[in-house]
Design a protein around this ligand. Structure first.
Ligand code: ASP
Length: 287
């Protein structure tokens, strides 16, 4: 069994942006799935998320929303379901692919999470090139920022995968919410909130209103529910619990330890794609 699921955010994706979201998710899933042929679940989720960080359609890497001071500040998390190890970075401003820095944190340090300047110093130490913050700013977002931003867009990217050895992994990357205050960190880089993976149960990746996701530790909640339920039921229940307890909306993708795929959203739309044993589906799900 090999499977990958990716998401490109859950919000009221406008009709004229639907095609780009489907295209981006589809391509990311294809690239991630390719890595499953010769690599691991970790390789697959990193590859899929890197692709979406480079695609300006999404709120991750280049094209991310700007904070209230007109800067891009990025967060990312990668989780290995075999060892329960993870790597996370938060508030980085000069890294094109934060998901790869998060993977370095997981694999090359004794720590799990780095923030801001310390994370960027680590990047330099391992030979990663720093970019200028302006290289992460897309003209569309500068325009949006000049107009005062808009509310309730959740266009974070994420991926979960199962490789042929049954290993699970999850990864998420974001520029956070539009016009966030400098230094604000959402759910995305926090273990159990933005993503979680445990080979014995499943893997899940979140998107949506970070302040609500953190309150219910959404991805871990979904994975824990997979002890008794398959992925499609677990993600639905976790999101309904979040809505009931906090009023917050969002989306989840997941794969459980038996290879079942789940996706659900309480927002009006969610962009996603999956490939399971070669069969592909890419769509914007609409409620
Ligand atoms: N969860 C992200 C955050 O609050 C936003 C998103 O999903 O797009 O930073």
């Amino acid at each position: 069994m090999r499977a990958i699921v990716v998401h490109g955010g859950a919000w009221s994706i406008p009709d004229d942006a639907v095609d780009d979201h489907i295209k981006g998710c589809r391509e990311a899933a294809i690239r991630g799935y390719e890595r499953l042929k010769d690599g691991s679940a970790i390789d697959a989720v990193e590859e899929a998320v890197r692709y979406m960080e480079d695609d300006p359609t999404f709120d991750a890497g280049y094209g991310s929303f700007l904070n209230s001071e007109g800067e891009v500040e990025l967060d990312a998390l990668i989780v290995d379901g075999k060892s329960l190890r993870f790597g996370a970075v938060a508030g980085v401003k000069r890294i094109k692919n934060p998901i790869s820095l998060a993977r370095t944190v997981m694999e090359k340090t004794e720590h799990h999470m780095f923030v801001g300047e310390g994370a960027e110093k680590l990047a330099v130490k391992i030979g990663m090139k720093l970019c200028d913050n302006s290289e992460l700013v897309h003209p569309r977002e500068l325009e949006r920022w000049r107009k005062g931003g808009i509310k309730d867009i959740f266009s974070t990217v994420g991926a979960v995968a199962m490789d042929s050895d049954g290993n699970l992994a999850a990864a998420v990357s974001t520029g956070g919410t539009p016009m966030k205050l400098p230094g604000r960190v959402g759910d995305t880089p926090l273990i159990g909130c933005g993503a979680y993976a445990d080979n014995l149960l499943g893997a899940a990746a979140s998107t949506g209103y970070g302040e609500a996701i953190m309150r219910v530790v959404l991805a871990k909640k979904a994975v824990d529910l997979m002890e008794k339920k398959s992925a499609p039921f677990a993600v639905k229940e976790a999101l309904l619990i979040m809505k009931e307890k906090t009023g917050g909306l969002g989306g989840l993708i997941a794969v459980d330890s038996r290879g079942n795929i789940g996706f659900y959203h309480t927002t009006s739309r969610m962009a996603f794609a999956y490939i399971r044993n070669g069969d592909i589906r890419a769509s914007v799900s609409i409620f």
